[in-house]
Design a protein around this ligand. Sequence first.
Ligand SMILES: *Cc1c(COP(=O)(O)O)cnc(C)c1O
Length: 415
Amino acid sequence: MGGVNSPVRAFKSVGGDPPIIERGLGAHLWDVDGREYIDFIGSWGALILGHAHPAIVAAIQDQAALGASYGITTELEVELAERVKRAIPSVEKLRFVSSGTEATMSAIRLARAFTKRDLILKFEGGYHGHADSFLSEAGSGLATLGIASSPGVPEALAALTLNAPYNDLASVEKLFASNKREIAAVIVEPVPANMGVVLPAPGFLNGLREITNRTGSLLIFDEVITGFRLCYGGAQTLQGVTPDLTTLGKIIGGGLPVAAYGGRAEIMAQVAPLGSVYQAGTLSGNPLAMRAGIEVLKLLETANFYSKLNARAERFVAQLHRAVREFSIPAQVNSTGSLATLFFVPQTVGNYADAKKSDTRRYAAFFRAMFERGILLAPSQFEALFLSAAHTETDLERTLGAVRESFGLLAADPE
Ligand SMILES: *Cc1c(COP(=O)(O)O)cnc(C)c1O
């Protein structure tokens, strides 16, 4: 429908037709016409090890021969859960689901039940999947397509979602002051990557923790992208802020459909069958996906995985900065670890309003110039560029060569 099964895959905002992909290996993709691309989408962040990693392929093949789904508990679920808990200590208990959307939707239901409150507070430009409660002022595909709030969401439900600008604690305080003891939870991407990459200002996440503690509201970190992306664990580990609930997805399934929500045992104990908050899934904890997830975490746990990946990403980003300066492109590079966004805007970007000032036509021109040179970036200004461990120095040098050529074209034709 529209040629895509997820709107972020469309080329509507950048022009042209999306390629039809036939296969992937490492950091490379091939389309049905045999064209090769260096891929910086990485299945929207899921593939930190690149495409078709041999250990993951073997694990999936091995499990497929044993059966793809049982609908009954396996040891694989226990093993993956134990690994996640060891990596992210705030996750004392967790539940596997099949998509990030299910994880965030379930976390919100649980927060509402636990606090006996109805409102939720999110941030403009944050993306938490496509459940009804999250589709106002949302990032990702909604930002790309300019959809401020989705038709089909009943107004009465939309009214339960409050939005604040990211990095703006004063606005959060104000919303709490005018909705006393009514806000069940604050849900936030600790490092937003769905309005493009934006970094939390010093003290912002701590401030959210302090406000939610003081007001009896829960703090939910949506780490569907950041979980196992920046370090072994979540962004919460790096930022030193402990949320009540965490949602995970993308990387923990190694490219198969897995996500999870978890957190404080006392809260999670309210989920059925221990408690009465209902949430279920036919394919939850799917054995193929669990095997893939276990294999991924084993590989990510190896010594220096993140220091090597992040160091390579840092060198790449430094070169991007250099090219921006050299060609006098009015642009910003926001980055952390293996996440980056090149915003075509002269001022710094610290929230959604800043991100929206970007010249999206310039991004489109840049995207197309890169695409013609065999480099596949997200077809939107409001997404991240994902580096994986499979990107070799040669891949990155080729990419930087294409960046300089593309900047040369942009500089020559400022319109
Ligand atoms: C991708 C994403 C989701 C939604 O996950 P799906 O698996 O696409 O449903 C939720 N939150 C964040 C931060 C995401 O990046």
